[in-house]
Design a protein around this ligand. Sequence first.
Ligand code: ACO
Length: 325
Amino acid sequence: MNATIRSAGAYLPPKRVSNQDLAQIIDTSDEWIRSHTGIGSRHLAESETTSEMATEAAREALSRCGISAEELDMIIVATSTPDYIGFPATASIVQNNIGALRSGAFDLAAACTGFVYAMECGRGLISSGVARNVLVIGAEKLSSLVNWKDRSTCVLFGDGAGAVVLSACDDDRGFLASRMRSDGSGADALIVRAGGIKNPIRGQNIPEEDLYIAMDGRRVYNFAVQVNTELFEVLPAEAGISIDEIKYIVPHQANVRIIKAAAKRAGIPMEKFYLNIEEYANTSAASIPIALNDLWKDGRLNPGDVIMTLGFGSGLTYGGQLIRL
Ligand code: ACO
């Protein structure tokens, strides 16, 4: 038994902050941000929590494919910004919100690669016969982890959630190729140093910057270009298809320059890629499902189309899939 994507949904907070808006509060400019990242604006949560955004994305994905919450066997939320630290999982809050009465629920942390990993878990549950319908969500409230005084990181991120419904299929649709990898030697390249068990906030004099995302931008850039180039080679080879047969490559929306550099190395035209980073910035685990929702709601994906997902991020983790819809 294989699994394929039945529908997608998303939630983006209504509050939109442009580069010009940011230039009012920090020393930056629209020109710098666009030329270095491709970002023009980001949507930032106000009162919305990660579970609330995930719930809205889930409701939209379910309503689009006509599967009821009671038919779900598992809910997986990929996030690095859960409502609570582990107790309870954000997925359990979503499960209760949508009334998925017979579903299991768990969170998955693999940073910006989280959605790709979560899809693979969903596919595995379906392939093994444990589940028929799995809701896979990527949801992030990164604005809570961003140091708004650090111009080198705060301009990069946005908030939001995306969701897909994965269902069993026994025809030629489904996952054609997959790869999931990690290079933990790069764990300090993209890190929030305090707030976990190793450096708890309670009872310590924590430097303020340790509460927020710290990034070695150049190192992350080099890693991302290298692993994307690798995925462009290995995934089509494993599936026995050519890049031409892929309708859209849907990468994690981290930075247009990363995608352009990897595409150039692999000789792939930029038209193959679906990019929405200009509007939404980098929403980490939410970025791929938000992009899938854009394509879904615009009717740009049809049964039989092949898409490629590409995830990369803190860990350093990476992974991708080829999926026939
Ligand atoms: N506005 C204006 N100037 C800035 C800003 C800003 N927002 N941020 C940094 N600068 C300045 C720096 O202070 C520096 O000035 P200096 O030369 O006077 O010291 C100059 O711009 C160049 O800074 P660099 O950090 O060297 O800029 P770089 O060209 O490397 O671009 C960037 C930075 C865009 C982050 C790049 O390293 C990159 O693309 N990294 C990939 C990482 C990434 O995209 N991360 C996203 C999250 S991770 C993920 O999702 C996988």
